[in-house]
Design a protein around this ligand. Structure first.
Ligand SMILES: Nc1ncnc2c1ncn2[C@@H]1O[C@H](COP(=O)(O)OP(=O)(O)O)[C@@H](O)[C@H]1O
Ligand SMILES: [Mg+2]
Length: 261
């Protein structure tokens, strides 16, 4: 059964979508069958994956209004092991209707039940808000991967997410685990990075992943070409960092699976 991981924190511009897209692509290049789901109504994953509206035959809004089967909303991608469900909420009216539909927190969990056994990993790219669709995502997930923008991060947002995860465990998903905190846009040898990291380590040492993602324009550039960085510049520092992250997560979950066996 595939492991469902939400990429989540209630802050925009910290690398959630970049991490969702590049982690999903790197997992699939490691021959792990992966499903990327764009759970953010804004639809940035579709842009980063090169899916223009004319290529989208259905998506997350069809899942929430039960108008199409989940299978129908799954799109193949350039990478054989990677499938994609886009967000297709393309007007403000739809956005409001959609917010109402997400009040039922188990819709996504039930939808994924039908398909998750076909995958090793299901990666959910969450919006920068909590509640609504994010609550659906966390209810459907086994774990949360928390991207934190190195240097200018907000410890408050991390605290808030940890509180929220505790609440989700109480009300709708007692098994929700924390995959780890990922430092994104990492600047080595910077004083700001060093000071802020110290603060984060003090409080969340055990949760920090070994991999860090360097700050690199290529991650942004690849988005313009609608490609994960590993399909654009496989040997770049950013692409290799996301490959490292994929290995770290694969290995971590091997260990967990062995422990449970
Ligand atoms: N490691 C990185 N180095 C440089 N730019 C990055 C990096 N990660 C993300 N970005 C850029 O930062 C912006 C915000 O990233 P994004 O992944 O969309 O964040 P979120 O989904 O949290 O809003 C985008 O323009 C993206 O290309
Ligand atoms: Mg995003």
């Amino acid at each position: 059964m595939g492991k469902v991981i939400s990429i989540c924190i209630s802050k925009g511009g910290v690398g959630k979508t970049t991490t969702a897209v590049n982690l999903a692509a790197s997992l699939s290049l490691s021959e792990k069958k992966t499903l990327l789901v764009d759970v953010d109504p804004y639809g940035s994953s579709a842009v980063a994956m090169g899916f223009t509206p004319d290529r989208i035959k259905g998506g997350i809004s069809d899942i929430f209004n039960f108008s199409k089967s989940v299978e129908y909303t799954i799109h193949n991608t350039e990478i054989p092991y990677l499938d994609f469900i886009p967000a297709n909420i393309n007007s403000i009216q739809n956005d409001e209707k959609f917010a109402k539909m997400t009040e039922n927190r188990v819709v996504l969990k039930n939808a994924l039940k039908d398909v998750r056994n076909k995958y090793d990993f299901v990666i959910l790219d969450c919006p920068p808000t909590l509640r609504g669709i994010t609550l659906n995502a966390l209810t459907a997930s086994d774990s949360v991967l928390i991207p934190v923008k190195s240097g200018h991060f907000s410890l408050e947002a991390v605290d808030k997410l940890f509180d929220y995860i505790s609440w989700v465990r109480e009300v709708s998903n007692p098994y929700l685990d924390i995959e780890g905190i990922l430092l994104t846009m990492y600047e080595q040898n910077s004083k700001v990075t060093e000071i802020s990291e110290r603060e984060l380590r003090l409080k969340y040492e055990g949760y920090l992943l070994n991999t860090t993602i360097p700050i690199t324009n290529l991650l942004n550039e690849a988005t313009f070409y609608g490609k994960p960085l590993c399909l654009y510049r496989i040997n770049s520092e950013g692409a290799l960092a996301y490959m490292d992250l994929a290995y770290e997560i694969i290995n971590k979950n091997k260990v967990t699976a062995n422990n449970q066996a």
